[in-house]
Design a protein around this ligand. Structure first.
Ligand SMILES: [Zn+2]
Length: 155
């Protein structure tokens, strides 16, 4: 691994193109890509930094949930249909952190929304919006207060 790999990884993380990362730095890309799947433990490359009582609501990428301008791309440039993830106020829980939601597993913070920002900025309430592919599943989730673990990347 070249000595400047750290800087390259950081640069790559901010780009939406995963295929480029995979092509150039396959071993590093594996670390970045794997935790997107809820069954993978993030213990070795992420550290738990907090456990917080959190309001967890749910959404899907549709225009009902995300407004008429919704294009299926999250605020961090991810395909909302392809990737699991959660929306948060990034000033409360930064983009790229993972959360572990009881009964759900690990999800990456990759999106935001007005309700999450309002909860945090007005009421100092940690609020996550959990993304599902199905509008019906999201509706059925409702609103739950849960103890959520927050994980930061180690690099
Ligand atoms: Zn929806």
């Amino acid at each position: 691994m070249p000595s400047n790999s750290q800087a390259i990884v950081k640069k790559s993380l901010s780009k939406p193109s995963r295929s480029l990362v995979l092509a150039v730095f396959a071993p590093v890309a594996a670390l970045v890509a794997l935790p997107a799947f809820s069954s993978i433990s993030t213990d070795s490359h992420y550290q738990r930094v907090a456990t917080r009582e959190t309001l967890v609501t749910a959404y899907c990428p549709c225009k009902i949930c995300c407004g008429g301008e919704a294009n299926g791309i999250t605020s961090t440039g991810r395909n909302a249909f392809r990737f699991t993830g959660v929306a948060a106020d990034p000033t409360a829980i930064p983009y790229g952190n993972f959360v572990r939601i009881p009964g759900v597993g690990f999800r990456k913070v990759d999106d935001t929304g007005g309700a999450m920002r309002q909860s945090w900025r007005k009421n100092r309430v940690y609020h996550l919006d959990l993304r599902f592919r199905s509008h019906e599943v999201a509706r059925k989730w409702g609103r739950k207060w849960m103890k959520v673990d927050v994980y930061e990347p180690l690099f």
